[in-house]
Design a protein. Structure first.
Length: 645
């Protein structure tokens, strides 16, 4: 059968378009194909009979056109063509009832296993004839066609019957396994061929087990890889052979994928190496960029003209600029004040070629004017591989926070020493305050004991003196207990309405016998002032202030107590003309254990708890206490209390 172009002119197969594979054309010619298409579905040649069936008249051109477009009226044929392009042969029938056609569609492969396209051979579906000659001719023709197709495919194919006899194989199979004609002559034995193949594979046991597995499950399909001892790699595919609904054997196909696998592995290795190199480069660049631009220290590079070539944000921020603004500019242009200190150091490195490491300096920089900040800088000469000096690299570390932390540590250390000193002073004072009343108390008790033993009359004065020392000792202990209660939040107040005039008068009257050498003056307002408070604790505050006024007035000056009203508050003042209190000590006067430095232990007793207790009691009553004093001119202690209407 000859082929016709779109104009109905017969043309030889050799006149094919050069862009189509030659092997595809040759196979089509040997099969006397009605239609040839390439792997992309483009028509290479089409018989005029098929063109007529597809509804095309003379003059239509088909070469290079898609078969789906040209044969859209023959869906039974296009479907078979799609199947063939996937690598599987197909047989289909179609056409008008009075002119049924059968199409045999065969895929064509190159040596590497790539599908080049498909060839179609059409034949009429004729009624059955009794003549055996015609049937035999057709059968021989079909066998010839199948044999040519069988030998043209690139896969090595073997067909084995259900009783494991070799039924058919192509030349590719014989060449692939190196099977001799003698071994395959006549009725070849499957076991001998298998034994011959097992000697060539790397893993004979696995190779055989796979075959047996497929024979034990006749309907099973499978694909696996077989590696040969000579280094070749085969892809093995197996399918059951059906006749009607019965499995009559098994088809094995082997494809040599060695070059493909090696090319793929080499491509994967090359790709992996390229990818790894790219990732390493990107990682290095990312690390460098991250390190430079996000480092908490200033990093930069200047050339021999002292112009910035590269710097990070941390260094640029010291000049009040961004790094993009500073590139190409000198430090003097950016910050003349900083340049006055830094540029001589940079020039020293350029002149000597020696680094300057760990140079500490303190500067004011543009972002924080008026604030002295501390830095530790290092400058390094930067050279090429040939040793040429290119410029200077700078590393700038800010130490301001560390310096502030150092100052804070020194302050805390001083305070710790002061606290230790206060503790030692307190222990010394406490020992003194506790021991002081015990000595005369012991003396008075001894005198009382001696008089009792000698039957002498007992003097009431001795008992009073002993009781006075007991009261003093009790007061020291009470102050210590009150301080502990205050620290623990357990100091309780029993509040009741109180006349402040009566409270102050009573405190002054109780104190008067204890200071006969000090004139004691008292002045109160005419309006009755009532507060709600704890009578005992408020009396304790007044007694403490009066005792301090007496104790710190060694020249026996007057003590003046004043009660007045100031708005909604009552104001109580206790003034003396004693030694006074240094100005820098007054803020700490109401702290626990604090004693002014001009009140030595030897001359003035006390634990430093009285004013601390006074402040707490007054504040618990809603008031406020403070001192007004000048060294050498006495002190005035004042406190306020809210007055009830």
């Amino acid at each position: 059968m000859t082929m016709a172009d779109g104009h109905g002119r017969d043309t030889g197969w050799e006149a094919c378009v050069p862009s189509f594979p030659k092997l595809l054309v040759q196979v089509g010619a040997s099969l006397h194909a009605t239609l040839i298409i390439d792997s992309l579905g483009r028509i290479l040649r089409m018989d005029h009979l098929l063109a007529s069936l597809a509804g095309w008249g003379d003059g239509a051109g088909f070469e290079g056109r898609a078969f789906d477009e040209v044969l859209h009226r023959l869906p039974w044929l296009t479907q078979a063509l799609h199947t063939a392009l996937t690598g599987r042969e197909a047989v289909c029938e179609g056409g008008a009832p009075e002119r049924r056609l059968r199409a045999l569609v065969l895929p064509v492969f190159e040596d590497g296993g790539l599908c080049l396209g498909a060839c179609v051979r059409l034949s009429a579906c004729e009624p059955e004839r009794a003549e055996s000659g015609q049937a035999r001719d057709k059968l021989e023709q079909m066998v010839s066609l199948l044999s040519a197709t069988f030998d043209s495919i690139t896969d090595a194919v073997l067909v084995v019957s259900s009783n494991r006899r070799l039924i058919a194989f192509n030349k590719r199979f014989q060449r692939l396994w190196g099977l001799s004609d003698e071994l395959l002559r006549g009725d070849p034995d499957h076991e001998k061929s298998l034994a011959f193949a097992m000697a060539q594979v790397k893993d004979p046991e696995r190779f055989t087990a796979r075959i047996l597995e497929m024979y034990e499950a006749p309907e099973k399909e499978g694909v696996d890889i077989v590696e040969l001892r000579d280094g070749r790699i085969l892809e093995r595919t197996t399918l059951p052979q059906w006749m009607g609904g019965t499995i009559i054997g098994r088809v094995w196909s082997y494809r040599d994928i060695t070059a493909e696998r090696r090319a793929r592995l080499e491509q994967e290795r090359a790709f992996a190496a390229e990818q790894h190199a790219r990732e390493q480069m990107e990682e290095s660049l990312a690390l460098l960029d991250t390190f430079l631009n996000n480092a908490p220290i200033g990093l930069g590079f200047v050339d021999r003209e002292l112009r910035f070539i590269r710097l990070n944000d941390a260094l640029a921020a010291l000049h009040g600029k961004s790094r993009h603004e500073e590139v190409g500019r000198t430090l003097h242009e950016l910050s003349p004040r900083v340049a006055a200190t830094v540029e001589p150091l940079l020039r020293q490195v350029l002149d000597t070629g020696e680094p300057i490491i760990g140079f500490d300096t303190a500067l004011e920089v543009p972002p924080t004017p008026g604030q002295l900040r501390h830095w530790r800088v290092s400058y390094y000469p930067v050279r090429t591989t040939s040793g040429k000096l290119m410029g200077v690299g700078a590393v700038v570390v800010e130490l301001t926070a560390e310096r502030h932390a150092q100052v804070e540590r020194e302050r805390l250390l001083r305070e710790a020493h002061e606290a230790i000193q206060i503790r030692d002073d307190f222990l010394s004072i406490a020992s003194h305050e506790l021991k002081t009343p015990l000595t005369p108390l012991k003396l008075h008790l001894r005198l009382l004991e001696q008089r009792c033993a000698s039957s002498q009359p007992l003097s009431p004065q001795l008992a009073r003196k002993a009781l006075a020392q007991v009261d003093r000792l009790s007061g020291v202990i009470s102050d210590m207990l009150d301080s502990s209660r205050i620290q623990a939040g357990l100091l309780e107040l029993e509040r009741e309405p109180l006349s402040l005039q009566e409270l102050v008068r009573g405190a002054v009257a109780d104190f008067r016998p204890h200071c006969p050498e000090h004139p004691l003056e008292y002045e109160e307002c005419a309006r009755r002032l009532v507060v709600r408070g704890d009578k005992g604790r408020l009396a304790q505050v007044l007694a403490n202030l009066l005792e301090n006024a007496r104790k710190y007035s060694p020249l026996k000056g007057p003590i003046r107590v004043t009660l007045a009203q100031r708005g909604a508050e009552a104001l109580v003042s206790v003034a003396d003309r004693g030694i006074g209190i240094p100005v820098d000590q007054q803020a700490h006067l109401f702290e626990r254990f604090f004693r002014a430095r001009n009140a030595p232990i030897s001359g003035f007793g006390g634990l430093g708890l009285g004013l601390y207790i006074c402040r707490h009691v007054v504040e618990r009553h809603g008031g406020h206490i403070w001192v007004e004093s000048e060294p050498g001119h006495g002190s005035t202690f004042r406190f306020t209390l809210p007055v009830e209407d």
